[in-house]
Write a protein that binds this ligand. Sequence first.
Ligand SMILES: Cc1cc2nc3c(=O)[nH]c(=O)nc-3n(C[C@H](O)[C@H](O)[C@H](O)COP(=O)(O)OP(=O)(O)OC[C@H]3O[C@@H](n4cnc5c(N)ncnc54)[C@H](O)[C@@H]3O)c2cc1C
Length: 409
Amino acid sequence: MNTDDRRILIAGGGPVGLLCAWLIGRRGLPVRLFDNNDGPQADPRAATTHPPTLDLLADDGLADVMARAGLVAPIFQFWDRPSAQLVAQFDHAVLKNDTRHPFVVQCEQFKTAKLILERLRKCPSVEVLFDHEVLDVTQAADAVSVQVRGPSGIASHTGAYLIGADGGRSAVRRRSSIKFEGFTWPERFIVLTTLYDFEAERGYCYRSYFADPGAWCNCFKVSADGPPGLWRTVYPTDPAHSEGEIMSDTGVQTRIQSFFPSSVPYEIVHRNLYVTHQRVAETFRKGRVLLAGDAAHINNPIGGMGLNGGIQDAVNLADKLIRVVLDAAPERLLDLYDLQRRTVAIEFVQEQSIANKKRLEARDPQTRERNLDDLRRTAANPERARQFLLRTSMIASQRRAEAITLPGG
Ligand SMILES: Cc1cc2nc3c(=O)[nH]c(=O)nc-3n(C[C@H](O)[C@H](O)[C@H](O)COP(=O)(O)OP(=O)(O)OC[C@H]3O[C@@H](n4cnc5c(N)ncnc54)[C@H](O)[C@@H]3O)c2cc1C
């Protein structure tokens, strides 16, 4: 194979695409990555990075740099909003024998992407092409090609494999006719970011979840541009309300005041509205096309699992692609990627993120009481707390994925 025949093409320069490029490129394989933006985006979405993801990123010190750029959060809390009671508190320290990182790191995804991009700049075999939009995909027996619109027009690029890491609306997935199975929540989710210090003023820790009949809130701190940092609060919105109503000054003050009443208006630094889905691609591999990250699976953000799953995909996929292309391992290793990562996307991430939402928004008084009691009892029992955290921190799903083998070995 000459160099061009071994090239890995990547659509999407979000954290997942960039990580794939770095993991593959640092082994000397040629990589060409296309992103339709004109440069890295200040994306305010993900921040929570769970222990097994940090374990995967510890190589080359990335997890440590993320911890320094972000905030270390060993504890998370569940609160009952109507009674303002702390229901349960979980400390990741109980996972000290399960992970090298018994805490989460709150590092905004644009910072993670920037840290990876800095590493990529030192990787001579990787080309990162911003302002390049992947339009179409065609496959032959021994190669895959993409049509890409760049500043000087449309051109075709060919490689050995294509990774579709181009997000939830993935053109790679659509142009490869891979179905994206699941559903869309009727309510949109709003993120309101404020300077208000929820820890000093109300005693909330860096990750706090609020249960409320028919509603919920995630409240968490990010380091932003440095002290004092910012607090992000995430809520469902009323499907009957228009975007204009929801995003208006009155709309956002009403939303945040309904959870955290205050005599003075909140200073809202950012407001973002998201349509949210629960979907998994029908396959993560179709011939020479491989899907990773949001292109392969999307879920609601309660529990912070989407990007974590995407990073876990990237590490799994990069390892297998390197073995196939550099070490002539059998191509069916790529089917194992699909089997391992798709299974846990369905069994763990979809199931857990939907359960997280239902637990917080339960309306029926008896169901609410049962949910909150269960959380109290779980937190009070160290072994039950450990089992709970193994699942919420995605250690259980990583272990499950690693244990999966192809039928016939
Ligand atoms: C409010 C909110 C909070 C969240 N919080 C968390 C959290 O705390 N923890 C967590 O794990 N997850 C969280 N998530 C989920 C997380 O944001 C996503 O899972 C993550 O962004 C996925 O990364 P990605 O690289 O796969 O896709 P993206 O970040 O969407 O990146 C895809 C990239 O591909 C580019 N692209 C798209 N189409 C094309 C094309 N045709 N050609 C070239 N480029 C293209 C896009 O411009 C983009 O740069 C949250 C999501 C939301 C909405």
